[in-house]
Each structure stands twice: as structure tokens, then as C-alpha cells.
Write a protein that binds this ligand. Structure first.
Ligand SMILES: [Zn+2]
Length: 292
């Protein structure tokens, strides 16, 4: 699988790839936590591959593959979010899924009510992923071997950027179904081309998200801010705008670039990729101005 312009600079087998900046580095980190279709051998689920694929942000790592060329670090997951989701806090756990006494505190949120916590209960509405409870060891393994190393890699890249430049900028990249389904807060509503979010202003200064929105709208895209997505764990955990750490989340409408039934790229893919190359170059320009 050689879908990127260059071989990764760093690999945690089964967990993630990292591509370092080509040429002069800037303090920009781009991550793609949900692109993977590598199903771990111990997943032991009862759903079909097509059902699993509905949860994958397919090709998002490739769509943002220009990031290293503009001086950014790119990190992409090698494990599927249906197995363990790095965009949920590790305590966002549904204890009804667990067989035995869970040894850590839990704090299940709204997404867990929809069956979409750190370990998902449902792949689609009313469609459970398992016909069993998961053992404590099994869930602990997923946290220790996948979730925590992914976050450690993102934190490390952001910390190194911040140490060198005094500020760090982070774009957490996803894709979304064209219409919200019954497990989403916007069930039945058609979605815009892209959704940018910063948890209503908590995870980055306005200038960062406004620049992103302008660059995308200039290319003709309909961009919504903080609806229906507000931003989740990756931007919440790795941001601190007062300390110069800025994170935003971007969701791309899958209808722009893939067939949501066959999960294959469509003719729109190349045009979107070209626009995202320009978007990343524009964001790199913004970042250089901030630290210049
Ligand atoms: Zn996602």
C-alpha cells in the first residue's frame, strides 16, 4: 500500500504512520485518525465488512497527503475506529459492554449514549458490533496498544513544534456521510461540503478557523462551522489556545470524492485533492506568518 508521495519516516506497526516535513519545517501537525481499514485479528465482531466501512473516513490520509510537502507533520492511524476510537476520551466508555469490573474511572458522554464511545456498541442504528461482552483485558489492550500510542504521537509532534516555534497548529481530519443517519444529531439532514469545528471557540483562535474557512470557500465549497460537528477528543485534548496551541477539526463530505455504497474513489477525488493541496499551502502560509 503505497498511497503517499513518500515512505513514512516513522512507523508504529499496526498503530500509525508519521511523515515528517519535507524541507523547512513549520509548526503544523495534520492527523487522520479514522482512515484505516486494517481490521485487527482479535476484533471478533459480528458485522459485515460493508457495515464496518461506513465508519471509515476512507482516503482521508491520502487527501491530506500534501501536508509534509508544505512543511507539516502528517500522522495517520493504522487501526479502525470501530475497534477503538482515538477521537473519544478513554473514559468515554460504556460499562454495559464490559464483562467484569473495569478498573479505571469512566465518564460516558453523549456519544456513548448513541453507541459511539471509545469502544463502539453499534456500527449502525440497532446493529450491535458484538454478540458478546468484551473482557477487561481486551479493552485495556486496545487502549494501551492503539489509543494511547496514537495520542502520544500527536502530542509529541505538537510538543516538538511548540518547543521550536513557541506556537503549534493542528488540523484533525475526517470525512462524513452526506446525510446524517439515525445515530447522528442531524439525522436526515443533508450536510454541507465541509464542516470546520473548534468546540465553539475553545480549541483555537478565530483567526485559524476563519483562515481555513476562507481558503475552502474561495475554492467554492459550502463550509459550516461547529454544526453538526463541534470537534471531539483530538482537538479538545491537544489544544490550549492561551498557550499558543491551536487545533481545529475538518470533516469532508464523502460525496465529494467517493461512492458511499462501493467505497471507491469517484471522479471528484482528484479535484478535491488538488483543492486540499492548495488549502494546505494556504494554511502553511498562515502558520509561517504567525511565527515569522
Ligand atoms: Zn472521523
Amino acid at each position: 500500500m503505497n498511497r503517499h508521495p513518500s515512505d513514512p519516516d516513522h512507523l508504529v506497526p499496526g498503530v500509525l504512520w508519521r511523515w515528517d516535513p519535507v524541507g523547512a519545517a513549520i509548526p503544523l501537525v495534520v492527523d487522520s485518525p479514522h482512515n484505516s481499514t486494517d481490521w485487527p485479528e482479535d476484533f471478533d465482531h459480528i458485522v459485515t465488512e460493508a457495515e464496518l466501512m461506513t465508519s471509515v473516513d476512507a482516503f482521508v490520509d491520502e487527501l491530506f497527503g500534501h501536508a509534509p510537502t508544505v512543511g507539516a507533520t502528517l500522522i495517520a492511524a493504522q487501526f479502525p475506529r470501530a475497534y477503538i476510537d482515538p477521537n473519544r476520551a478513554e473514559d468515554d466508555l460504556d460499562l454495559a459492554l464490559i464483562d467484569g469490573d473495569w478498573p479505571l474511572p469512566v465518564n460516558p458522554g453523549e456519544k456513548t449514549e448513541y453507541g459511539m464511545g471509545v469502544v463502539r456498541r453499534y456500527i449502525l442504528k440497532g446493529r450491535p458490533i458484538y454478540d458478546r461482552k468484551l473482557s477487561v483485558d481486551e479493552v485495556m489492550h486496545r487502549l494501551e496498544q492503539y489509543h494511547r500510542p496514537y495520542h502520544a504521537a500527536v502530542a509529541d509532534a505538537i510538543d516538538r513544534a511548540h518547543a521550536t516555534f513557541g506556537q503549534a497548529f493542528h488540523i484533525d481530519c475526517h470525512s462524513m456521510k452526506p446525510v446524517g443517519n439515525a445515530m447522528n444529531v442531524d439525522a436526515g439532514e443533508p450536510r454541507p461540503d465541509m464542516v470546520l469545528s473548534n468546540r465553539e471557540g475553545e480549541t483555537c483562535d478565530a483567526a485559524f478557523i476563519d483562515t481555513a474557512a476562507d481558503l475552502l470557500r474561495d475554492r467554492g465549497y459550502r463550509v459550516a462551522i461547529n454544526h453538526p460537528y463541534k470537534g471531539a477528543e483530538l482537538v479538545a485534548r491537544h489544544s490550549d489556545p492561551a498557550a499558543g496551541r491551536h487545533s481545529l477539526q475538518i470533516e469532508l463530505n464523502r460525496a465529494l470524492y467517493m461512492d458511499t455504497e462501493s467505497f471507491e474513489k469517484t471522479a471528484g477525488f482528484d479535484a478535491l485533492k488538488t483543492d486540499l493541496d492548495g488549502f494546505l499551502a494556504g494554511m502553511a502560509g498562515f502558520v509561517r506568518e504567525q511565527v515569522g
